[in-house]
Design a protein around this ligand. Structure first.
Ligand code: C6P
Length: 449
């Protein structure tokens, strides 16, 4: 891809006419984003996201629903548009110029995401539609081959439905059992229960690296070591981790790792599954069709090599290429800077929220144990009403069960409100959010002290 004409243009930031640099801040030459050593220059970053120019009910948009999906920088939008206007073609099929350009851009993106999560082999990356599909792929292609009646799968009480329901479907089909690691009331995993839960029947531990409803960052390595000691494999749901910190699938001890680049500045329509190559080699296909075969007759078919064995049909080519641009953008920011930035924001947000006597906060007290999100409730206002009123002030938060109903039940809640921060949020956004919470009290005629 490096010698293709479109390759550099598609990564250039076209939002700003010149890079917004302050002092000695340098700018990444390909993406135009502030360079890693400078930390995050949020006012500059904001300019890369056209949607942040929008007004909502006459107010500046304060987008705090990043855990659901992030906004997209201009370089990602351009990468998608460049593909459609410059080299739109199917991948892995044609011999013409457009097909070879599209194929190399698509495969470049595979290398980028592999490097981003420190999976040393790009062939261990399968493109799916999202985290949900990645986990379903494992449940189907690995689980239905390797799990038998009375085998056990260990989940945690803070899993997203995407890391519960596929295992329930599998358990129903093969007769295996699901066991659940509980949490403490303040949102940490009950590691003291691990020894009792793991045994010779455990085949898989499937857990989230970061909780989407509590913000808790889990000690994945410690749990993976305990699982591996019993001969079980480990699936890590990295949906809320990969966008916000350096990810190292090898170091965390994952056997399977799933994530959704649409939460990491990339487009919707592309998901990622990384798995140990030896596991992928012996797993059966998930979907059958074109592209995933080596040979087909009416009597039998054989499969293409990994990763293509798992990528049946025409993939979301533009979205994969857009994801590559998002990875470039994040890499140029530096994931350690992204993490430090979100730590500063969540620390401030927790401080501000704790000033409000009418707000209950869920999850770890210590901001270092959290990613940049906070779930909370106003003790007098239903979270849906709260979400609706703060939206009138331009503030977008999520309200509901966050697709983690068992967790809500465990916490004794029906729903919560949630604010989740990202690279383009700053302390002013936190203040606007807190102001909007006060305004909501006023709308409902409730005291603010
Ligand atoms: N959580 C949220 O607002 P998909 O939809 O497949 O891209 O991601 C599913 C998923 C899996 N695991 C975790 C931990 C998640 O947070 C999510 C998505 C969104 O919290 C939508 S419910």
């Amino acid at each position: 891809m490096s010698d293709d004409n479109h390759s550099e243009d598609q990564m250039l930031n076209t939002t700003s006419t010149e890079p917004a640099v302050t002092g000695s801040v340098s700018v990444h030459e390909e993406t135009g984003a502030p360079a890693a050593e400078a930390g995050l220059d949020v006012s500059r970053i904001k300019q890369d996201f056209p949607i942040l120019q929008r007004q909502i009910f006459g107010r500046r948009l304060v987008y705090l629903d990043n855990a659901a999906t992030s906004q997209k920088p201009q370089c990602v939008i351009d990468a998608i548009s460049d593909y459609y206007s410059g080299y739109n073609s199917n991948v892995h099929r044609g011999v013409h110029t457009l097909a070879s350009e599209a194929t190399s851009a698509y495969e470049d993106a595979r290398e980028k995401i592999a490097a981003f999560i420190n999976g040393d082999d790009p062939k261990s990356i399968i493109f799916t539609r999202n985290t949900t599909e990645s986990i379903n792929l494992v449940a189907h292609s690995w689980g239905r081959k390797h799990l038998f009646p009375n085998d056990e799968i260990v989940l945690t009480a803070m899993e997203h439905h995407s890391n519960i329901v596929p295992w329930q479907l599998l358990a129903k089909d093969v007769g295996c059992k699901i066991r659940v690691l509980d949490i403490t009331d303040d949102g940490y995993l009950r590691l003291d229960q691990l020894n009792e839960l793991l045994n010779e029947k455990t085949r898989l531990v499937a857990l989230t690296q970061v909780s989407n409803a509590l913000g808790t960052i889990n000690p994945v390595r410690q749990i993976a070591d305990a699982a591996h000691e019993r001969g079980a494999l480990v699936l890590v749901d990295g949906a809320q981790a990969m966008p916000h910190d350096t990810v190292d699938v090898e170091a965390m001890g994952a056997d399977f790792f799933a994530c959704s680049p649409h939460k990491a500045l990339g487009p919707t329509g592309v998901g990622v599954l990384w798995a140990r190559r030896d596991l992928l080699e012996e797993m059966d296909p998930f979907l059958g069709g074109g592209e995933m075969i080596r040979d087909v007759s009416f009597e039998r078919s054989t499969w293409a090599a990994v990763p293509h064995k798992f990528e049946a049909g025409t993939p979301s080519i533009a979205d994969v290429i857009g994801m590559g641009a998002a990875i470039d953008y994040l890499t140029s920011l530096g994931m350690e800077n992204v993490r430090a930035h979100e730590q500063a924001i969540i620390t401030y947000a927790l401080e501000r929220l704790r000033e409000l006597p009418f707000i209950s906060i869920y999850g770890p007290r210590n901001p270092e144990d959290r990613c940049g999100l906070v779930s909370f409730n106003d003790v007098d206002i239903h979270p849906h009403d709260l979400g609706t009123v703060v939206d009138r002030h331009g503030v977008a938060i999520r309200a509901g069960h966050h697709c983690a109903k068992p967790l809500m039940t465990r916490l004794g809640l029906v729903a919560s409100a949630r604010a989740s921060f990202y690279v383009y949020n700053d302390m002013e956004d936190v203040d606007a959010f807190v102001d909007a919470l006060y305004e909501a009290r006023k709308v409902f005629g409730l005291p603010t002290t």
